[in-house]
Design a protein around this ligand. Sequence first.
Ligand code: DHB
Ligand code: FE
Length: 317
Amino acid sequence: MARIIAGIGSSHVPAIGAAIDNKQTEEPYWKRVFSGFERSKEWMAKAKPDVAIVVYNDHASAFSVEIVPTFALGCAAEFPPADEGWGPRPVPVVKGHPELAAHIAQSVILDEFDLTIVNKMEVDHGLTVPMNLLFGSPAAWPCPVIPLAVNVVLYPPPTGHRCFMLGRAIRKAVASYPEDLRVVIFGTGGMSHQISGPRAGLINSKFDKAFLDNLTRSPKKLVDIPHLEYMREAGAEGIEMVMWLIMRGALDDAIEEVYRFYTVPASNTAVGHIILENARAAKAKKPAAGKSKNKRPAAKLKRAAARANHRNVLRGR
Ligand code: DHB
Ligand code: FE
C-alpha cells in the first residue's frame, strides 16, 4: 500500500529561483535564506520518497485568466519548466507519475471533489523553487512528482476548510493505491506577503508564526480562517497559505514537527518552512522503547524520543 510519510511547507518566492540560477546563493542576503534549508535537504536525502505530490499555485504561467481551474491535478508523464518572462528556468523536466495521479483523480473525484485533470502543463516557480530548496539542483529530480495546482490568483479561491478536506481525500486515495510507495506532500506559497498596492511589502511575522504553531498542534483552528483575514493579516498574496492546509489535511492527526525555519524577507515575502512527519513514519526511526532500562511511563518516553528525534534532525543525523 502507498502511504504519505511526511508533509513539507515551503514558500516559493521566484527570486529564490533566480538566486540559484544566477549563482548568488553565497551572497549574505541569500545565504541567510538557503542556510535554513540545509537540514531539510539532508532530511529529504534520507527520506528518499518514491513520489512527491506538490501543491502549488500557477502564477498565470500555464493558465491564463481565460481558464483558471480551482484544483488542477497533473496526470501527465512530464511537466516542463514554464517561461516566466526570462526563458524557462534551467531546471530538469519534472517527471510525473501518471498511474498514481490517475488513481488519485478517480478516488478524489468519486469522493465529490471536482478536480480538473491536466494532461499537458508547464510548471512555474510555485513548484520548481520548493523542489530546489528540498532536493537541491540535481541533473534530474530524484523522484516523480504529481503537481496539484490550486487557484489562489483569481477570486474566489477555495476555502481553507475545502483545502483541508481535499487533503483528507488525497490521503485516502494514496492509502488505497496498491503499490508500496512512500509519498511526501508539499504545501507551497506564503507566508505573509503583498506584492502590489499601498500595502506592498507587508509582512506579519506574528500571524505567520501562529500559523506554523497551529499547523502542527491545532490545524482545525486554521481551517475556518476566512479569506479576508488572510488578506488583512498576511497581505493579498498571503492567501497562498491555504495550500498548506491541503498538505496538513493529507497527514495524520498525530504528526511530529521535525524541522522549522522562518526568515524575513526574501524579495517581498516572509519565508516559512516546516517538515511534519506522520507519527507512524517517525516512530519507525525511534529506538524501541522496550529496550530501554528506563522505567519512565510510555507518554514520557514518547516525548523524550520525539525530542531526541528532533535534535537528530537538526544535527542532520
Ligand atoms: C514573490 C512571492 C511569491 O510567492 C510570488 O509568487 C511572486 C513574487 C515575491 O516575494 O517577490
Ligand atoms: Fe506565489
